[in-house]
Write a protein that binds this ligand. Structure first.
Ligand SMILES: Cc1ncc(COP(=O)(O)O)c(C=O)c1O
Length: 370
């Protein structure tokens, strides 16, 4: 049975291009060759928008380049938003999505903040389902592999005035991805960034728009040069409160409490974060969403009351933290290994996502069969 919350109503007509065997790309299935975001499937979804006309021309067609006017708004003023989610192949042959309605909703929250048109949530879900099911041969089957789904919207109008574009392209591309942890579930060391910031109060840190990521690249590269995997971002005003880790939300374990920064406006409201907060009670953990100062994290690492820290996001699910450097000093978190909370949450979330256990939360959507 297909899940009618995702695919009951076929809300929009989609013109579908069928491909001959010769037109299809050679399938890449070796998880080691897949990596992340490098391989793309045969087809993509596209739809166009014009002010006064709305969305039109919904298509599933061969993966292709776009003709884009050099004056297109997106190329100059970065009027762009995107989402990220995954399709999972369960062992018994189901194609599963994890809480895709949240992505549909967040896409439109991003659209409103970036003065872009909303894409109807029902059409967003229908487009994903229709594309993923047609491209299902690309869903990798090896453990911990998945098909990454990247819905994107760009402003295409050719005009150099700084304003909201009058025309847009919405598209969805699919990328089969290998396991995030190629060499097993390993903890990472963080560099606490106290010079550069990722996002500012009143800015766009809480929406998925390309500029946030562009602003983070230099700090990430410099941290890597120093031997750290990720940047731990502090708030822009005081460089005092912890915000996010790389492109993930951050959690700390203090005693029986799972603590994460409150959504301040410059933090992306992650769906993995939300799911962890919603399921933490089942693990016997209290949760707290509040400002967390870096001084509190340093003190907790030094006196052992901070037992674990980990990042949370769709790509890695859970990324455990072994330690961090702040103002030239190195700190270890707990024993510097993967802790029991990170391990438990990783197993519980991935068991749900890959359909290995019954879903008591109603989060998993079956959209078809392999
Ligand atoms: C900046 C940022 N923070 C947090 C997250 C985690 O969000 P989610 O759990 O919805 O993937 C993401 C996306 O993966 C992100 O780009």
């Amino acid at each position: 049975m297909l899940d009618d919350r995702v695919c009951g109503v076929k809300s929009v007509h989609i013109e579908v291009e069928e491909l001959s065997e010769e037109q299809k790309k050679p399938l890449v299935t070796d998880p080691a060759k897949l990596g992340f975001g490098k391989v793309f499937t045969d087809r993509m979804f596209t739809a166009r928008y014009e002010v006064g006309r709305g969305w039109f021309d919904h298509r599933i067609e061969r993966y292709h380049d776009f003709p884009l006017d050099p004056a297109a708004c997106v190329l100059h003023y970065a009027q762009e938003i995107f989402e990220g989610l995954k399709a999972y192949a369960s062992e018994d042959g189901r194609i599963l999505l994890f809480r895709p309605e949240l992505n549909a909703r967040r896409m439109n929250r991003s659209a409103r903040r970036m003065a872009m048109p909303e894409f109807p949530e029902e059409d967003f879900l229908t487009a994903i389902r229709e594309l993923v099911v047609r491209e299902k041969r690309w869903i990798p089957r090896a453990p911990e592999t998945s098909l990454y789904i990247r819905p994107t919207m760009i402003a295409t109008e050719a005009f150099l005035g700084v304003h909201a574009g009058a025309s847009y392209l919405f598209y969805i591309i699919l990328s089969p991805s290998g396991p995030y942890f190629q060499e097993g579930f390993k903890p990472v060391r963080l560099y606490v960034e106290d010079v550069y910031v990722r996002a500012v109060p009143g800015g766009v840190g809480d929406v998925k728009t390309g500029g946030n990521y562009a602003a983070s690249i230099l700090a990430g590269a410099e941290a890597q040069k120093k031997g750290f995997s990720q940047v731990l971002w502090l708030d822009a005003k005081e460089r005092k409160y912890v915000e996010e880790v790389g492109a993930m939300n951050i959690f700390f374990v203090f005693g029986q409490k799972l603590v994460t920064p409150a959504l301040s406006g410059s933090i992306l409201a992650g769906h993995t974060r939300l799911s962890i907060l919603e399921m933490a009670g089942d693990l016997g953990y209290e949760t707290e969403e509040r400002p967390i100062s870096i001084d509190e994290v340093v003190a907790g690492a030094a006196d052992g009351t901070l037992t674990e820290a980990f990042g949370a996001g769709t790509a890695a699910v859970i990324s455990p933290v072994s330690g961090f450097r702040y103002k030239g000093r190195d700190y270890q978190v707990g024993p510097g290994e993967v802790g029991p909370v990170a391990r438990d949450l990783y197993r519980r979330l991935t068991d749900l996502q890959w359909g290995r256990v019954p879903d008591p939360y109603g989060w998993v959507r079956e959209i078809g069969r392999l």
